[in-house]
Design a protein around this ligand. Structure first.
Ligand code: SF4
Length: 354
């Protein structure tokens, strides 16, 4: 397909069908970057309130850089992939401290910033500074692979190189921002993963997938099954109307967020066996078991978490010994409301405590 024909038809389609989204009304690199981070692996509908909340609370990169990490995580709560929020906060600090609060203006300089990868750098460079550099996300891979009938595995290095080269050959010097927005919007609205609307597609006479009936098999992506199953035993320790919470460490999911005291095993055990295994029987000798939950399942991208909760009432005399031995702290329910928490824990708290 002729590249000028493709770019002009795509931009024409985009201008007619695009959704009116707040980050499309700005050339401010900070707000564009914010929207791109929030929308990674997130649907527009889910990400929109987060974008609006962050843009209001932290209108400049300086505001975000100077915020407390806990405040950032609290505002991010419910969006998942918390490493994104922490990295976003780190990048804001770098821009603030090392670049006087100004984002670099070219793709290659943006790439030198820790926390900004090729996709985000291309998005900022083209949307904010009109640089002729193509973005590649899942939508772009799908559209190009179908249009040009390319069956190289999109998760392979070879595939990434091939699609990057093609996208950069297609992007025009004039309006590269509209081209990039357009191809992603086209993939999100028309050339969708399932049931693409080929009847209404401006390229249905040229698209190889449409002409050969291969819409369902393109793009090709090798399946990886590296999903891991985890068994979380949560002890909800209650003393004087306060609950014990613990900040999670930095080398695991939900790091920086707060959950209950957790004992992780390769399968579920009874409370008795669990305490015995962890040498906690004596410490909890006088605790009263008030409730034992059913199993909750929480699915993450590469992990499936199964969780059970045991509500244990402990005396105020025993609480400080338990707190210092387990590295936990007791919080009132009001204080817990303000702590950043994983969705699973927040849901459970709402079910039984709030
Ligand atoms: S014809 Fe169908 S498969 Fe091809 S680009 Fe258009 S919507 Fe996608």
């Amino acid at each position: 397909m002729n590249k000028h024909f493709f770019a002009s038809k795509l931009i024409e389609w985009y201008l007619r069908h695009k959704r009116d989204l707040p980050w499309r009304h700005t050339r401010n690199p900070y707000l564009i970057w914010l929207s791109e981070i929030i929308l990674q692996q997130t649907r527009v509908k889910q990400g929109m309130p987060y974008y609006l909340a962050f843009a209001e609370k932290f209108p400049t990169v300086q505001d975000l850089a100077q915020a407390d990490e806990r405040e950032v995580l609290r505002l991010w709560q419910g969006l998942g992939y918390y490493a994104r929020a922490r990295n976003m906060h780190k990048t804001a600090k770098i821009v603030h401290e090392q670049h006087q609060g100004t984002f670099p203006e070219t793709y290659s300089n943006l790439l030198t910033l820790k926390g900004i990868g090729p996709y985000t750098a291309a998005a900022i460079a083209s949307f904010a500074f009109q640089e002729q550099v193509a973005v590649l996300d899942g939508n772009v891979f799908r559209v190009l692979s179908r249009l040009f009938g390319i069956d190289t595995d999109i998760s392979s290095n070879e595939g990434k190189k091939q699609f990057t080269k093609l996208a950069n050959e297609l992007i025009p010097a004039e309006n590269p921002d509209l081209f990039n927005q357009g191809i992603m919007e086209f993939g999100a609205l028309l050339c969708t993963p399932v049931s693409p609307q080929c009847m209404f597609c401006p390229f249905n006479n040229e698209c190889i997938a449409n002409l050969t009936g291969r819409q369902e098999v393109l793009p090709v992506k090798a399946k990886k099954n590296n999903s891991k199953e985890r068994y979380f035993h949560y002890l909800i320790l209650k003393s004087d109307d306060k609950l014990a919470m613990k900040e999670r460490n930095m080398k695991d999911i939900w790091s920086g967020l707060y959950d209950f005291y957790l004992l992780e095993e390769k399968e579920f055990y009874s409370l008795e066996t669990l305490l015995l295994k962890h040498d906690l029987t004596e410490l909890f000798g006088e605790a009263t078991l008030e409730k034992e939950s059913l199993t909750y399942t929480h699915i993450l991208t590469h992990q499936k978490v199964y969780a059970r909760f045991w509500h244990l009432a402990i005396s105020s005399e025993k609480s400080s010994e338990i707190a210092s031995r387990l590295g936990i702290s007791f919080y009132s329910l009001d204080e817990i409301q303000d702590l950043p928490k994983p969705v699973l824990i927040n849901k459970y708290l709402h079910e039984y405590f709030f």
